[in-house]
Design a protein around this ligand. Sequence first.
Ligand SMILES: Nc1ncnc2c1ncn2[C@@H]1O[C@H](COP(=O)(O)OP(=O)(O)O)[C@@H](O)[C@H]1O
Ligand SMILES: [Mg+2]
Length: 156
Amino acid sequence: MNKIVQDCALIIKDRCQEKDIKVKLKLAKFLPEIEADEAKIKQAMMSIIDNALDAMEGKRGGILTFATGREKNGVFLSITDTGTGIPEKRISKVLEPFYSTKNNGSGLGLSVAKSIMEQHSGELEIKSQVGKGTTVKLKFPRFFCWAQNYLLVEDL
Ligand SMILES: Nc1ncnc2c1ncn2[C@@H]1O[C@H](COP(=O)(O)OP(=O)(O)O)[C@@H](O)[C@H]1O
Ligand SMILES: [Mg+2]
């Protein structure tokens, strides 16, 4: 999972530098590996990153933070921007297909990302504050995690 984040961060590094956006990584050590379709997770992440960059457009000194970690029911990966934010009442709307506030937006980014997470028995959670920014968290359940520390745990 850390590798997926690092790959995505590398892809967008130059674009962020041009826009004067700092990229931060907060990656947890000793994460269990997840069994996931890497290409699809990256696709979901790239849509979320595109949105984050759109939200910070025209604002100098934006920060894009990637984090990974453990949670009681599995592992998560989050993308946080310091952009415009999403009003509370619009948060469920933005997950709907074809909902967009952009002139040339398809409105599909988040709905596709959400369905990719559902295919992984996971969840997509959005937390946002208008004027402060947005965090999109991709949560993977324990079922989709391999324990890295042990090859096999069994009572014989
Ligand atoms: N990080 C974000 N910050 C602010 N608004 C966001 C963010 N991500 C998504 N949105 C809002 O959600 C809408 C839907 O996003 P998305 O499904 O990716 O479609 P699109 O980017 O084509 O508009 C966007 O038009 C925007 O209003
Ligand atoms: Mg989008």
